[in-house]
Design a protein around this ligand. Sequence first.
Ligand SMILES: NC(=O)C1=CN([C@@H]2O[C@H](COP(=O)(O)OP(=O)(O)OC[C@H]3O[C@@H](n4cnc5c(N)ncnc54)[C@H](OP(=O)(O)O)[C@@H]3O)[C@@H](O)[C@H]2O)[C@@H](O)CC1
Ligand SMILES: Nc1ncnc2c1ncn2[C@@H]1O[C@H](COP(=O)(O)OP(=O)(O)O)[C@@H](O)[C@H]1O
Ligand SMILES: [K+]
Length: 513
Amino acid sequence: MKIFTAEQIYAADRFTIEKQQITSDVLMERAATQIYEWMNSRLQGAQVKIHLFCGIGNNGGDGVALARQLHENGYSIEVYVVNYSDKRSKDFLLNLDRLKERKLWPEFLDSGCDFPELGRKDIIVDAVFGIGLNRNPDAWVLKLINYLNTSSAFILSIDIPSGLFMERVPENRDDIIRANHVLSFQAPKLSFFLPQTGIYINQWELLDIGLDDEYLFKTETVYELIGKPEVLPMYMPRLKFSHKGNYGHSFIIGGSYGKIGAVQLAAKACLEIGSGLLTTYVPECGYIPMQTSLPEAMVIVDDEDEKITTINFDLKPTVVGIGMGMGTHKITIKAFSEFLKTNTAPLVIDADGLNILSGTPELLNRLPNQTVLTPHPKELERLLGKWRDDFDKLDRAKAFSKKYDCILIIKGAHTIVIYNGKGYVNSTGNPGMATAGSGDVLAGMITGLIAQGYNSLDASVFGVYLHGLSGDLSVSESGYEAVTASKLIDNIGKAFLELFRRPEQEQHIEEKN
Ligand SMILES: NC(=O)C1=CN([C@@H]2O[C@H](COP(=O)(O)OP(=O)(O)OC[C@H]3O[C@@H](n4cnc5c(N)ncnc54)[C@H](OP(=O)(O)O)[C@@H]3O)[C@@H](O)[C@H]2O)[C@@H](O)CC1
Ligand SMILES: Nc1ncnc2c1ncn2[C@@H]1O[C@H](COP(=O)(O)OP(=O)(O)O)[C@@H](O)[C@H]1O
Ligand SMILES: [K+]
């Protein structure tokens, strides 16, 4: 699903108005009707007090139009106009008149006025600012935002929580509405998925206001939200007459004394995701653990017991995954650097492999094209330097990926795969996955997909999606806390099955026919 910028949404508005031969207030009315229906289907006429805080732009206009619909259907409402500017939008004014025609007089809030009392069980509709916020709000508006946040009422934000920008993070983190639920129009907004801004959104849902399909289809976006419809076409089915040689030979290099587990996890995940063959390269101390825990894997050992000192091998890997638990000893750095001189296989670099790269950046020039890098936030900071905010982080990541022609995977709650100026935002996964070794599993999964013939970008996007889905399936079995990296691996197979599971309703209809 595409993630549009504010400019693209405004352009979609204009395109739709022109093509459907409608006036702009028709779109506003559609927006209000969709929100009304959403609320009505949940409230079923309940006489709870609904406080609508409406700005003076089109987000406020949505709120005022919604107020009218709620009132006409018997709901108990209070409307407040947050009078932050004299530049009221045309459709806001039109809807304000429609409200007045029905003898509904909103209360006008200005600097210096008292804020209304809010009950614990009331509902707040936040329609102060939408995607048009372009500068810091006045102090009294911020005070209002703070006031709403401290109430215990349920906050429903229209389109985007007020105070949240589309393209930057506000300096003061208290200046944004903390929404219980956001009803956003047509497409999700990038800020819903970033760690610094996503925290203001408990849940979000999309409402279809009938923006033109052709425009939405044809318009290229920098960011895309990756769900099942996006990854299904990437899937490469296994062929009946295939053999293990068709699914590649993965080579996983890593481990050090006390950290052989990282290689075990990556290797197991690599096999579970379907790699045809797998060899691991570990220090001598890893030989017995590897051979006993993973009979399917072949093992080559370093001359040294506790760390990797030379990467000598006699095989032609389809792909190499390197770095998990490897350590950053001087001699290991040398071995890694020598390995990069001769390696031509596609690469997936994780953990200490990344730390070595950030400590020895000249090695970045030795990476094959489309090398996959899988940093967690700290490793990413070592690679990119300190960023100003999450939006700046994305810009730096795009520039880095372009400079070294690498695929940069920014891991987090919504992992973002960066390549070729684009960002693929993952939709699966959960906080249960914030546990030791889950990154090793991801690196193993991506390695195993590349082994099978997926190109590095598809392997990254698909791998991240399946990894999160395995996490979601693990949570449904054991709850958040008990998710472990090993459970993620156990659920990789089920994640594949889940990809092809049709919704129950659909199956039922088919059986009846
Ligand atoms: N296709 C869709 O998705 C549809 C979307 N719709 C709705 O429209 C919403 C966008 O509406 P919008 O463009 O009027 O902007 P909104 O957020 O209401 O702000 C109002 C104005 O305030 C100003 N301003 C900015 N910052 C400020 C500040 N700090 N302090 C004071 N003033 C400030 C700035 O104007 P400026 O003063 O810069 O000229 C800005 O234009 C969208 O979120 C959705 O709810 C639907 O109605 C129809 C279809
Ligand atoms: N809150 C979260 N929601 C979803 N996924 C998460 C969350 N926290 C961590 N993850 C995922 O778990 C993995 C953690 O990776 P990493 O920090 O490298 O783990 P480790 O180094 O222990 O192997 C990443 O893929 C990340 O996206
Ligand atoms: K809003």
